[in-house]
Design a protein around this ligand. Structure first.
Ligand code: UTP
Length: 624
């Protein structure tokens, strides 16, 4: 195509001569593009992206790659609210703020917001759990599972990792079984006046989508009806090379823009555009619960927290744990601006201290008389009331205030060590809410509610003493500790733990106790299922897989495994002693050991156990 007629064609499409001249190689190849793609080319040129075409070959060479480039641009444009022009404009503004060192919360004064602080096992806690179970059939669950997990460095997807290796149940199975148990319990309590099925959405990304789907399909959705589960895939966003927000080319392919994840904040726009929220609302659902990929304790906190949401009529309820001052976890904070704006929001730990100092708290982020920071620690599990959520998203389309975090080469802040991108976080949703919105939090003990698996063994071993490791080692040990402490509170004499070191991390080793969510979802359930005088030694293992298994006057010193169908009522007691299961150290670097075990630094050696399966309905007793 002659250059003159191309310029003419471009001009007809609104691309003026100067603009076209800034990208002569694009001009030469313009005949390859559809009218919509030419519109996108115009946007790119107008936003200063002509460098993307500098290396484009003569027509006839790499034509398929050039077309593929524009297909990618089309995807990047359509998956971002406001399109690429808006992305680049926001990027320029945020990069300028970052260069100038502006704090996004400048002008705001922090104070401690109002919320509920719960004590596990007291009457208040039990009442909230009961209220939560009543509400559960009106809840939809959303798991954000699109993250790469770079810090953990595991080769598979995180939700496929065993939550604990005594039963080998993976996180996704545990989450699904917990939701199904909530569904059943809620339906029973409301005498059948319940929604049909609890919806479960999983947000995936290109990094996790196919493996998540495979895991579900290979395991018959872990007992959930496939129609209950919906996967929403988030798209990545374009990387930025410099403060002018010039897009980065993929180092492996000069006809592609480099992309990186945009963060879990995408979940709001994806839910909104999927149409699911309105369909849930029409079907009578009232709550949306958001949670993350590797917190094996979360469902210990869900019933009570949902009860708090219902009782306090919170539009937004953030689950939180007590936070030590300066601990690397965000603080839930009320921010009030001189101009009257106010919000209750997560403030990252590295922003909280300077913000406090700048607003008259000379000591910054310090503990109060409780020994903890007065700002609760955000664990990023949110409960939103569906009606107000839809109302807000109708205004915002689900777009969440973004941030940029470039790693600069030097103090001049002119160039980056590697390309950056805009990111957004799920917990920043309340930033745009009106002051009338009811935003609160629910604090529970970390031992009960929070033990994520985020760090690889080497990094975990470097965590300063007293701070949580958040590793595969601590994540599994936290399950046994929580279950032991719950049983203790219910009256079982559970022996004290011993301290052992795995992968360089010192952890408490409690008896390895695990149960299926359908056995007990709440503390009241646990209390109903254990009775008399029970004791469990430190070296013991106990696994309960049946719904109607009752533990009475049991003395356990060894391994006991009970599996029973729902219609088998099994009573277990007496003295059970055997060689049991032991925990053996494994070396993180020993590649002959499966990765799931190596990252824990231990494996379970199954020496001797009492194992009983009850597959027929009826009443049974096991009292050796
Ligand atoms: P993390 O903070 O654990 O981030 O995400 P990550 O990306 O998974 O891990 P690192 O930072 O690379 O080590 C918290 C939750 O948000 C999800 C994760 O899957 C996890 O459940 N997430 C994160 C997304 O769904 N999308 C994202 O773009 C990022």
């Amino acid at each position: 195509m002659a250059l003159d007629s191309t310029t003419e064609k471009l001009s007809k499409l609104g691309i003026d001569g100067d603009l076209a001249a800034s990208a002569p190689n694009l001009q030469k190849n313009i005949h390859l593009l559809s009218p919509q793609q030419i519109e996108l080319a115009k946007i790119l040129l107008e936003t200063g992206q002509s460098h993307l075409f500098q290396h484009w070959a003569e027509p006839g060479v790499d034509d398929e790659e050039k077309k593929a480039f524009f297909e990618q641009v089309t995807r990047l444009n359509s998956s971002y609210p406001g399109g690429l022009a808006s992305y680049i404009k926001t990027a320029k503004e945020l990069l300028a703020d970052s260069k100038a060192g502006r704090n996004p919360f400048d002008g705001f004064t922090p104070s401690v917001p109002k919320g509920e602080v719960l004590t596990f096992g007291d009457d208040n806690f039990i009442n909230f759990e009961d209220a939560g179970i009543r509400e559960a059939h009106k809840a939809a669950f959303v798991l954000v599972a699109g993250g790469l997990g770079e810090r953990l460095g595991y080769n598979g997807i995180k939700v496929a990792l065993p939550r604990e290796t005594t039963t080998g149940t993976c996180f996704l199975q545990h989450y699904i079984e917990s939701i199904l148990a909530l569904q059943d319990a809620s339906c029973k309590l409301t005498q059948g006046k319940c929604q049909a099925k609890i919806p479960f959405v999983i947000m995936t990304s290109d990094d996790t989508h196919s493996r998540t789907l495979q895991l579900l399909e290979a395991n018959s959705y872990f007992g959930m009806e496939p129609t209950q589960v919906k996967l929403l895939k988030q798209e990545k966003v374009a990387c930025l090379n410099d403060n002018d927000a010039r897009l980065a080319l993929d180092p492996h392919n000069k006809y592609r823009i480099q992309t990186k994840p945009h963060g879990h904040g995408d979940v709001h726009s994806l839910l909104y555009s999927s149409g699911l929220l309105n369909s849930w609302h029409d079907a009578g659902f009232r709550w949306v619960l958001f949670f993350q990929d590797t917190n094996g304790l979360l469902f210990n906190a869900i019933p009570a927290a949902l009860g708090v949401s219902a009782a306090k009529q919170y539009h937004v309820n953030s689950l939180a744990v007590p936070r030590k001052a300066k601990e690397a976890i965000g603080g839930i904070t009320r921010l009030t601006h001189a101009d009257g704006r106010t919000m209750v929001i997560n403030v990252e730990y590295n922003q909280l201290d300077p913000l406090l100092r700048a607003t008259g708290h000379a000591d910054g982020d310090v503990n109060c008389e409780t020994g903890y920071s007065p700002f609760p620690g955000n664990i990023n599990q949110l409960i939103l009331e569906l009606g107000p959520y839809i109302e807000e998203l109708t205004k915002t389309g689900g777009s969440i205030k973004e941030f940029v975090n470039p790693k600069y080469k030097d103090a001049s802040k002119t160039s980056f060590k590697s390309s950056t991108r805009l990111e957004c976080m799920m917990q920043d949703y309340p930033q745009t809410l009106p002051p009338t919105a009811r935003v609160g939090f629910t604090v529970m003990d970390a031992w009960l509610a929070y033990a994520p698996v985020k760090n690889n063994p080497e990094d975990a071993a470097k965590v300063p003493k007293g701070n949580p490791y958040h590793s595969a080692t601590s994540g599994e040990m936290a399950i046994y500790r929580a279950n032991s402490l719950i049983l203790r509170k219910a009256g079982v004499k559970v022996a004290d733990p011993v301290v052992q070191v795995f992968n360089g991390q010192e952890v408490e080793v409690w008896p390895c106790i695990a149960w299926k969510p359908k056995w007990a979802l709440t503390f009241a359930n646990v209390k109903k299922k254990v009775g008399g005088s029970c004791c469990i030694s430190q070296r013991s293992t106990m696994v309960i897989k049946g719904r109607n298994v009752f533990v009475e006057d049991l003395s356990l010193d060894g391994a006991l495994l009970i599996d029973a169908i729902d219609h088998a009522e099994v009573r277990i007691g007496g003295s059970i002693q055997n060689k049991g299961w032991t925990i053996e150290n494994v070396d993180y670097k020993d590649t002959s050991v499966p990765e799931e075990l190596r990252i824990r630094g231990f494996r379970i050696n199954k020496i001797e156990q009492l194992e009983k399966n009850y597959s027929e309905p009826g009443k049974f007793s096991l009292k050796p």
